[in-house]
Design a protein. Structure first.
Length: 296
């Protein structure tokens, strides 16, 4: 019963947030619901005890003109979808603009997601997301313009001004040699993090962007049933050098972590222990990305 209740509460919150948006941004140019049917279904579900769960997520577009003197011609569109469990999970937002390069767009969206992860737990957050875009998005266009005029030799060096954390997911990691490679390569590349062998296998590496990318290109060349980067975090180091890198690290030099779930041939890890370990390190939200909300 209770889950029904919470789904309906989520639907009610979504409906009132959509109403708020349409009253704040009455013009189509600013706010458009792209899937009217889904919106009607959601409203019906929120208002009727007997209604079925909606079959598709509500999708809409928020267009934002940033507050920047010379950016009068720039417009960013936020293409949004609300998962059924929103606001207990984050909204899906992709920010686009004709002036953003692919790399800038990826960078901007990754930073927006980080902002939401840190600031929007369980509360409706479309307005704060919109505010963030309004205040920050234009800078992503400017950044590139100023750096693209710099000669290429400089560009290569500036690669190392980014600190990266990769969250890698594998169907399983049992093989002793692969486990040895993971530890040895991380050490060679000065990466911190951890590796949880078993099924599923989880590897987190963090350090200079170029080192993380080298690590990933080596690891993915080994034979795997399935391996992918589940999530990636990039933080600009503002040229702070070693001290700044150390400050960004959340983990010690890479080591294997065995969260034994006794029995089961000792290879199925206790995900509750993994969750608590990540929580200690301030990375609990990553657990959700690996295993969905129902993880705990």
């Amino acid at each position: 019963e209770t889950t029904e209740m919470t789904n309906r509460e989520a639907a009610e919150m979504q409906v009132s947030e959509l109403d708020l948006l349409s009253s704040m941004f009455p013009s189509e140019e600013e706010f458009t619901v792209t899937d009217q049917l889904a919106a009607a279904e959601l409203k019906h579900y929120a208002e009727n005890e007997s209604a079925e769960m909606p079959s598709s997520k509500v999708q809409f577009i928020l267009n934002v003109k940033p507050e920047v003197s010379n950016a009068s011609l720039v417009e960013f569109s936020m293409v949004c979808a609300l998962p059924f469990k929103y606001p207990t999970v984050l909204p899906e937002i992709t920010v686009r603009s004709s002036l953003l390069s692919r790399a800038q767009q990826i960078h901007l969206n990754s930073d927006l997601k980080t902002y939401l992860m840190q600031n929007c737990s369980g509360e409706p957050c479309m307005l704060s997301a919109r505010e963030w875009v309004k205040d920050h998005a234009a800078a992503y266009i400017v950044k590139e313009l100023s750096s693209s005029s710099v000669t290429t030799s400089n560009a290569v060096q500036s690669e190392d001004t980014t600190f990266t954390r990769l969250w890698i997911y594998s169907h399983h990691i049992y093989n002793k040699q692969k486990r040895k490679n993971i530890i040895d390569w991380a050490k060679e590349l000065s990466l911190s993090g951890f590796c949880m062998p078993g099924k599923p296998g989880v590897v987190c590496v963090e350090g200079l962007q170029s080192s993380c990318e080298e690590f990933w290109s080596r690891v993915r060349r080994l034979t795997w049933k399935r391996i992918l980067i589940r999530h990636r975090e990039d933080v600009s180091l503002e040229g702070g050098g070693r001290a700044e890198i150390q400050k960004q690290r959340k983990f010690p030099p890479l080591e294997e972590k065995c969260f034994d779930a006794h029995g089961a041939r000792g290879n199925h890890m206790d995900l509750g222990q993994l969750y608590r370990f990540l929580e200690e390190k301030g990375c609990a939200d990553i657990f959700q990305m690996y295993f969905g909300v129902e993880g705990h």
